[in-house]
Ligand binder design. Sequence first.
Ligand SMILES: *Cc1c(COP(=O)(O)O)cnc(C)c1O
Length: 219
Amino acid sequence: MLDKILADLEGTSTTLVAVSKTKPSSAISELYQKGQRIFGENRVQELTQKYEELPKDIEWHMIGHLQRNKVKYIAPFVSLIHSVESIRLLEEIDKEGKKNDRTIPILLQFKIAKEDSKFGMQVEDIKKYLLSEEFESRKNVEIKGVMGMATFTDDHETVREEFKTLKGIFDILQEEVFRENPSFREISMGMSGDYKIAVEEGSTMVRIGSLLFGKRNYG
Ligand SMILES: *Cc1c(COP(=O)(O)O)cnc(C)c1O
């Protein structure tokens, strides 16, 4: 399945994040041996444990809801945090970045689905913050782009509209906040069921779990 997904992504500028949550390190090793280096997890404890067990050239992405008091456990090594859904969380990541003497790459998560359970920021609030002096002093986070999750549905038009919404938010922030900054370039959208639509709508990172690893029992 890895080969098929990579073939689908060939010729696009979309990167595969293999979502290995709930799967054992042995399953990750299997894909690692085939050349996959980027893995996504959604629980801090699982992420740190796998980081310790597996090769150090893996890029670990945090894709799930992150509590502020747990940022410290992943701050030393995490490659990208997709799920930054509040300014308070961003500031905590900055603080932990400073403690670890590094700049932590992050994505801003926006609510694009109509379901209540999904987390996310409000565009106007974050825009105001990013243009403030307060944000200018946050040197230990680097905002690489945006992330969102579409509604879990077979209705492709709904999903496509939601991805277009995220692309629209990206465009607004790129134009009005980040301007010529080339580091702001990622749009993390698309999962097992909808990644082809996401790629068509401009995704630069798809987060694929069950299609690669098989069904999960939880998570
Ligand atoms: C679990 C998860 C995925 C992967 O979902 P699949 O449907 O298994 O591909 C992607 N993004 C987030 C945020 C997740 O929690």
